[in-house]
Design a protein around this ligand. Structure first.
Ligand code: AMP
Ligand code: MG
Length: 367
């Protein structure tokens, strides 16, 4: 354990082996949760900022620390189906998914039980529930012996933290305990599906692909444009949908053309780089597209200030894992005026990558 004092206070920081987390650190963090404190912890998606979900004062501190709008509800993390039943009604449809996909990166929106404080659900009649698979997260909730409300452990609107280092930097000791187990596995937040509507609605794409959910439910799932990050609706399906998310300080221009239309992508990217003449440009995207665009620019005597190859087109899990780290890195470089981002296919976790990029982008071109 190390005790850190930073700008906003002091906190306990524990570095843990993700496979064999130290029991004493987990017990200590669980005790802090039971007393109404805040604990940042790793999950398989991103790091969470947790509080006792049944304690409204503790949950209120999450909103304070994140600067989160009060109408954006929190996901409640559980360690067993039995615990899930204390906060939500679990219909047969939900059980089909739970059986196969919990613990894991899937959040279910379900009818709430009265014990859940209004601040956690933002006054809605539904509650979002998930059982995390990461050993540290699961053991922490189990040790706390109660559900843990946790959004991502970043200031509201910023890229989510995918490593303990991100959390330590972002939270500046405004929490009581930070559990640092290195990098997370998926790198993007959980898939959220609303099972209180018919047909079920995808609220946020994540590591569990829609196709997998449809197979298990034997039912089509509605994927609204908002779930693809396409429009901020006037009347959003979920409160979180109307806010800007994941955005770095550096302006981000997304070339939003089907990734198969290579010529159009290249054309749009080269045009944007030309428009940014005199500015320092970072080029970001799938390996293959970045390589083609960089080559064409080089032939014209233009050299981007930085190049980020996020991963191959054929395996978007790599890009998902690198996404938030890269958005942060662009800011950290301190010498980039604008980032031009090339698109990924919206299949599997690629849908989640494009959703995050569209929300983070200050401008979209080529659509
Ligand atoms: P975060 O934990 O910061 O990644 O955000 C949690 C997401 O879950 C937000 O987009 C919320 O709007 C969404 N959410 C939480 N509870 C509900 C609910 N009861 N109904 C719909 N969406 C929810
Ligand atoms: Mg978040």
């Amino acid at each position: 354990m190390s005790l850190a004092s930073m700008g906003k206070g002091s906190c306990e920081i524990y570095r843990l082996d993700p496979e064999r987390p130290d029991r004493r650190a987990i017990e200590r963090a669980a005790e802090v949760l039971r007393r109404g404190g805040l604990v940042a912890f790793p999950t398989e998606t991103v790091y969470g900022l947790g509080a006792d979900a049944l304690n409204p004062r503790a949950a209120a501190r999450i909103f304070e620390v994140k600067g989160r709008p009060p109408d954006n509800p929190l996901i409640v993390h559980v360690s067993s189906l039995e615990m899930a039943r204390t906060v939500a009604e679990i219909p047969g449809k939900a059980l089909r998914l739970v059986e196969k996909l919990w613990p894991g990166p899937l959040t279910l929106v379900l009818p709430r039980k009265p014990v859940v404080p209004d601040i956690v659900t933002a006054g809605l009649e539904t509650v979002a529930v998930r059982m995390p698979a990461h050993k540290v997260a699961l053991e922490l909730v189990k040790a706390a012996g109660r559900p843990v409300a946790a959004p991502s452990a970043n200031p509201s609107g910023r890229p989510s933290p995918t490593s303990g280092e991100h959390v330590i930097r972002d939270l500046d000791c405004m929490v009581d305990v930070i559990l640092d187990a290195g990098e997370t596995y998926f790198g993007v937040e959980s898939t959220i599906i609303d099972l209180t509507r018919t047909p079920p609605v995808l609220l946020r794409p994540g590591p569990i692909p829609v196709e997998v959910l449809e197979r298990l439910l034997e039912e089509k799932i509605l994927v609204p444009p908002e779930a693809r990050g396409l429009r901020a609706a006037d009347r959003p399906l979920a409160p979180g949908m109307k806010y800007r998310h994941y955005a770095p300080d550096t302006p981000l221009i997304l070339v939003d053309t089907s990734p198969g239309a290579v010529e159009r992508i290249v054309e749009a990217a080269v045009r944007e780089v030309a428009r940014a003449r005199g500015l320092r440009v970072a080029l970001v995207g799938p390996d293959e597209l970045v390589d083609v665009v960089a080559l064409l620019l080089r032939l014209r005597g233009v050299e981007p200030a930085a190049i980020f190859r996020l991963g191959p087109l054929a395996d978007t899990t790599v890009a998902a894992r690198r996404l938030f780290k890269t958005l942060r890195r662009i800011d950290e470089l301190g010498n980039i005026d604008v980032a031009i981002v090339l698109p990924f296919p919206e299949r599997g976790i690629g849908l989640a990558v494009m959703n995050r990029l569209r929300k983070a982008a200050s401008r979209r071109v080529g659509a």
